[in-house]
Each structure stands twice: as C-alpha cells, then as structure tokens.
Write a protein that binds this ligand. Structure first.
Ligand SMILES: Nc1ncnc2c1ncn2[C@@H]1O[C@H](COP(=O)(O)OP(=O)(O)OP(=O)(O)O)[C@@H](O)[C@H]1O
Ligand SMILES: [K+]
Ligand SMILES: [Mg+2]
Length: 677
C-alpha cells in the first residue's frame, strides 16, 4: 500500500546485533519453540559427531562430504535465526529509545491539600498530582482540573502540542509527556509497571509476544509434516538395506532437511513480528499479534461519519430563518445558545456571527445554567436566569422539545432542513422555549479519496457501515458521496454495540474506531477496536489497538496491513511446501544412484554427481531463507481483490513458482558445485 510509510528496514547496528543474536538463538532451549528448525539443529549435531569421531562411526571415507553437510546445516539454522533476529531488531531499537523517556520523574503529589515532592515510581492509582508549565507528566492519568497544552512527541512523534482538559473526551494524559503551557491537576490511573509507556515498550520489543491462533495452527501443520517426513526417512533405511543399498546417515539427514518445511519454518516468526512492526511504524500500537491478524480477516467495518469519513470540522456557514422569523434574531439566539458550547460546532457558530457582524447579548450567559451538548439529547444551550431556555440541536430533537412545551412547528422547517441535509450538511434548529427561530447550516466535507478507499475495501469483500448521530437525510447524502455500503442515522454510541453484535451473530468479524468513554463497550466488543490516543483512557483500555496520531480513518490501512500479513504467511507457506516437492526430485534419485549406479536414469535434472546433487539441494534449501527475508519483512505486494481471486493468483505465483524455482536454482548451484569439486 502506498500509504504505508516505507522506512529503512536495516541499519548497521540492527544488522550487527541480528548477526550476534543468530548465534545466541542456537541455544536448543530457545530453538525448541521452532520445531522444524530444532530438527535441523539435531541433524547438524549428529553430522558434527560423525565429523569429529569418524573412526567410531566408520565415516572416514566421506569426511569431506560430511563436513560440507554439517556446515550447510549449521548455516541453515543460522539463517532462520537471523530472519527472526532481524525482524525483532527494529522493535528493540525503538524500545531502547522509549526506555530513555521512562526515567524517574519527580512528581508534585497533593497530600491533604499540600504539595509533596515524590518520585514518579511512588505514585499509585488514585493519587492526585499537579503539573505546571515545562514539567513532565509523572504518570498516566486523567485531567481533573484545568486545561494545558501537552507535547506528546516522546510517544507519538508528533511535535505539535495537543490540548488536554478536564471533562469530556480529551482528558487523558500519558506519563513521560510534557506540559508546555498552563497547569493541570491529574488523577493517576495506573500503578507502576502498568503504564501506557510500559505496555508500549514491551509491545515493541516483543517481550510478551505470544503465538497467534493462526500461527499455532500453521505450526501444528509444520510439525505434522516434519513428523511424517521423519517417519518416511527413518523407514527408508531398512527398506534400502533390504535392497542391499546402504544409505549413509548424513545423506538421510540431508534428505530429511530438504523435505521438511524449513523455509516457512525459518521465516514464520519473522513474518509475524514484521507484520506487527509494520503496524507500529504506522504509529498504531497493536496490543497483540492476534489483533493484527484479526484485522486481516475483517468482514465488516463500522466508521463514524464526522471526523472519519468527513473532515469533522463541521462549520456553521449560514443562518436560515424559518416561518416569520428574521435572520438577525435567529443569529442572536444561535449565539446565546453557543456562548458556553465548547464543541467545534458551538465555537464555529460564534465565529460565523462575528464574521457576519450580527449583534448578540453576551451578558445573558452570565449566571445562566449551562446545558452541555450530549449525544443522547443532541442539544446544547443555556437556561437563562430569567427562566427562558435557549437551545440549538438536531432538528428532530428540537421539534420534540418545542412540541413538548406546546409550541408550533413552522411549516417550512422540514423543507429548509431537508435542503441543508440534501447537500450533506447538518441542520441545527435554534429555539427559545416554544419558539423555533430557524436553522444553522453546519457544513462538513467528505475527505478526498474516500470513494476509492471504500471501493478497495469492497473488492476485498469488506462491508462498510457508516454510523452517525446526524439525521437520515444528511447521513444518506454523505453515505452516497463517500460510497459506503450502508449507514445508520441518529445513532447513539450504544447503537454501535448492537450493530457489532448483529454482524458477529452472522459470523462476521467487525472492526471499529472510537475515542469516547461511551465507545469503550463497543470497542471491546469489536474484533478490532482502534482507539484514538487523544481519547479517554477507558476507550484506550477497551480497544486492542491505539492510534498514536488519532486519525480514525487509519483503520482502513490497518486492515490492509493485517491482510498483507495473512497473505504473506500463506504465500510463503505455499512456496515452501512446493519447494520441498521439487527438492525430492533432486535428492531421491541421487541418493539411490550413490548405491546403485544403474539408477542414473532417475536423474531427470541431469545433475553432476549424486553428492553434488545432495549438496546443491541443501545449499538451495539454506539460501532460500535469507533470499526471502526481504519479502517476509516487507510483506507480499497486493492489490485489493476478492479472496477467491487472491487465492488463485497466489497458488499460481507461489505454488508453481515454488516448484519451478528450485529446479532452476538447484541445477545452477549444481553446475557451480561440479566445477568446484
Ligand atoms: N454542539 C452541538 N450543539 C447542539 N447540537 C449538536 C451539537 N453538535 C452536534 N449536534 C447535533 O447532534 C447530532 C449528533 O451529534 P454527534 O456528535 O453525537 O454525532 P455525529 O458527530 O453526527 O456523528 P458521528 O460523529 O458518528 O458522525 C448532530 O448530528 C447534530 O445534529
Ligand atoms: K526444506
Ligand atoms: Mg461526533
């Protein structure tokens, strides 16, 4: 995908430590986790013993051959170790940088009204701390008082400071970030060792990496194949002996190693780590490899309208009076209803009024009761001291509110609001008590390129559903413009969880994004829940991914990365197994020709000599691993298409390719080896 930033895979230090780690990983206790490679290691040790004690094993005649086999087998295991170490390298480097952020910070803890200086490592859940301009925030928490701009670049890499304030969805702060203006009071929400930074460090360095269900299943398949070939090879010896053919142990080990799926066995864990790393490089933290894989299997994606599909800076752009009302009076009341409304929508109303120069009575806000906007009521406004109630809000909610006070609904209200909604705008009705003055036209724009991205998702077989609190007409207009498959209008965050459950009951896997506390249950219910880093800690805890850039539309790319991970693993498994079949044709005839020269007719590949055939097959088997490392790390390239088409395409490329490549490769190596021997 072009949108996924391509960062340099290798740096000098990463490469160096990967080489060192390749040897460390030879430790059989570590290698046991990779059964295929473990079998190769045992074979290596057996051949080594024959090299070291040829007299005991009666292998004096073939010592040169055995040394060669030993070296190639050792290199095979090292190559596999190198692949894994390389994949781990970038995460480890990133973890080191993060650890530097995680120094001990002194904290101003509030104890009985007085400030006491303590170390950040002594802070516990529930402690209250005060952080002033220039100071580091000593732990994860929620702002309970004040407003400040915070530099979160240590964690997000984004240098522009973000506003954090008490109440609402932007109150969560992360330990290790810096307050650059003002002062805030924060309630600590995590105990030492359990902070976001701690989690992030252990995630990027892969300390807690667990095998995913898909990986476990594949591993079981690889183990089964290994056992089958082990039995085949072991029984081959008595059969051959019966035919008076003496098969040497190192030849049998070479055969075994060629037949078992070493390519995928060597690359499997690198593919998984690299997949998670690609997500991390994309500034998304996946809490587990399972989450990344689930992203690749998603059938349904639930997207917010505002901010995800549209830019989300819904701006008041026009005042539309209804009935017999006039624009100036409408604007005046729109202003009053927005004086204390800190949402972007509310602020944009005040800006429009200032721009248009309408007068309004700012004094009315004094001593008035603030009615904050809530997604449930879809209204905001003020209860004035003189008893009048000023509101603006979604048209249907406002109609109900006005009617309940016995008010009349102006005849042309629906017509005017439908005109706005028909253009994809959001109409907000403005009323004082039982009288509706008119509408505010909130404009929002669909982000460019949305239609193309949804087309891609559709080709991948993913259904998109847009959820919005807006009215059905606005929703339908934006849905059509953006090209989503379905939409739900006038939805509350609680509706989302119903949509998710319904889809899941049909056996679908569902992805969604969210940032608010009321999104948390749905984020937890979804198979892939992507929380915004700017969101509340409840949302971040419920989700299995966090986007450090707080860009909800990134879910689309995350799904693409997940798909790519699954495809890469599938493609390389196909390639590996197809490879092994080809090696069979190189090595079996050679083995028997060693004992019965008349078997030379089986040498379909026309290889130089039996021993050069075996050596060539082994060399090919080893070098294919590092040759495929770049593919394993980068992921196979892919175009969005249906799974059936994809499967056909991959079987063709990696299946047939997997059979052909070794024939050519082994033949070529054999030609070189024959010159050399
Ligand atoms: N500040 C506000 N004051 C009054 N009413 C508002 C305000 N902001 C939004 N509304 C109304 O409430 C409705 C719901 O808003 P909400 O933010 O919950 O959902 P939304 O942003 O439209 O949906 P989504 O974010 O999922 O696309 C809006 O469609 C609008 O009619
Ligand atoms: K193999
Ligand atoms: Mg919203």
């Amino acid at each position: 995908m072009s949108t996924i930033p391509k960062k340099k895979l290798l740096t000098g230090p990463i490469l160096q430590s990967a080489v060192k780690d390749s040897f460390m990983k030879l430790n059989p206790v570590t290698l046991m986790k990779n059964p295929v490679m473990f079998v190769v290691e045992i074979g290596t040790i057996v051949v080594l013993m024959m090299v070291l004690a040829p007299g005991y094993f009666h292998t004096e005649d073939s010592i040169g051959f055995n040394i060669t086999v030993f070296l190639i087998l050792l290199v095979t295991v090292l190559f596999a170790n190198f692949a894994e170490a390389l994949a781990e390298g970038r995460g480890k480097a990133q973890a080191d940088t993060l650890k530097k952020t995680k120094q001990d910070i002194s904290a101003n803890k509030l104890v009985g009204g007085a400030v006491k200086i303590v170390s950040s490592s002594d802070l516990r859940k529930g402690d209250i701390v005060v952080i002033s301009q220039g100071e580091l925030i000593p732990g994860d928490g929620e702002v309970i008082e004040g407003l400040a701009s915070v530099d979160e670049s240590a964690i997000t890499g984004e240098s522009a400071p973000v506003i954090k304030e008490a109440g609402g969805d932007f109150n969560s702060v992360t330990g290790g970030t810096r307050v650059v203006s003002d002062q805030i009071k924060v309630r600590i929400t995590s105990d030492p060792g359990e902070s976001f930074l701690d989690r992030m460090i252990s995630l990027v360095e892969g300390a807690k990496r667990q095998k995913t269900p898909n990986e476990i299943a594949l591993n079981t398949l690889l183990i089964s194949l290994t056992i089958i070939f082990l039995i085949v090879v072991v029984t081959l010896r008595p059969i051959a002996a019966y035919l008076n053919v003496d098969l040497e142990i190192p030849v049998l080990i070479a055969l075994l190693v060629c037949l078992i799926p070493t390519t995928i066995g060597g690359l499997l864990s690198a593919i998984g780590i690299a997949g998670m790393d690609r997500v991390t490089q994309f500034n998304v933290l996946a809490m587990s490899g399972k989450a990344v894989e689930a992203a690749g299997d998603i059938n349904t994606m639930i997207l917010d309208k505002t901010g995800t599909i549209t830019f989300g800076n819904r701006m008041a752009s026009e005042f539309v009076p209804v009935g017999n009302e006039n624009e100036a009076e409408l604007a005046g009341w729109a202003a009053v209803s927005s004086l204390k409304d800190e949402t972007p929508e509310g602020r944009s109303v005040i800006e429009l009024i200032k721009k248009q120069g309408h007068p309004y009575q700012a004094v009315l806000a004094e001593e008035a009761e603030i009615i904050e906007f809530r997604a449930e009521t879809r209204m905001s406004g003020l209860d004035l001291k003189d008893g009048r109630k000023v509101r603006k809000g979604a048209v249907d909610s406002m109609k109900r509110w006005v009617s309940s006070q016995g008010g009349q609904i102006p005849d042309n209200l629906d017509k005017r609001s439908n005109e706005i909604a028909g253009k994809g705008g959001t109409p907000l009705a403005v009323a004082v008590d039982d009288r509706i003055f008119g509408l505010i036209y909130l404009k929002d724009t669909v982000k460019p390129g949305m239609k193309e991205r949804f087309d891609e998702l559709r080709k991948m077989g993913i259904k998109t559903i847009m959820c919005t609190g807006d009215n059905p007409l606005t929703a339908a207009t934006i849905a059509a413009e953006a090209g989503v498959d379905g939409f739900i209008a006038e939805s509350t965050p609680e509706n989302k969880i119903e949509v998710i459950r319904r889809e899941q009951q049909e056996g679908k896997l569902v992805a969604m994004t969210g940032d608010g506390t009321n999104d948390a249950p749905a984020l937890a219910q979804a198979d892939v829940g992507l929380a915004m880093n700017s969101g509340t800690s409840a949302a971040k805890e419920a989700a299995n991914m966090v986007d450090l850039d707080s860009d909800p539309s990134k879910i689309i790319e995350v799904v693409a990365i997940g798909k790519q991970l699954l495809m890469t693993r599938g493609a390389l498994t196909t390639f590996s197994i197809a490879n092994d079949i080809a090696k069979y044709f190189a090595i079996i005839p050679a083995m028997f020709t060693l004992a019965i020269p008349e078997m030379e007719v089986l040498n379909v590949m026309g290889l130089g000599s039996p021993s050069s055939a075996i050596i060539s097959a082994l060399i090919f088997n080893a070098i294919i691993i590092p040759l495929l490392i770049p593919l394993a790390m980068r992921g196979v390239s892919y175009k969005p298409m249906s799974s059936v088409k994809l499967l056909r395409r991959n079987i063709f490329i990696y299946g047939f390719g997997g059979v052909l490549v070794p024939f050519l490769g082994i033949k070529l190596i054999d030609m070189l080896v024959s010159i050399w021997i």
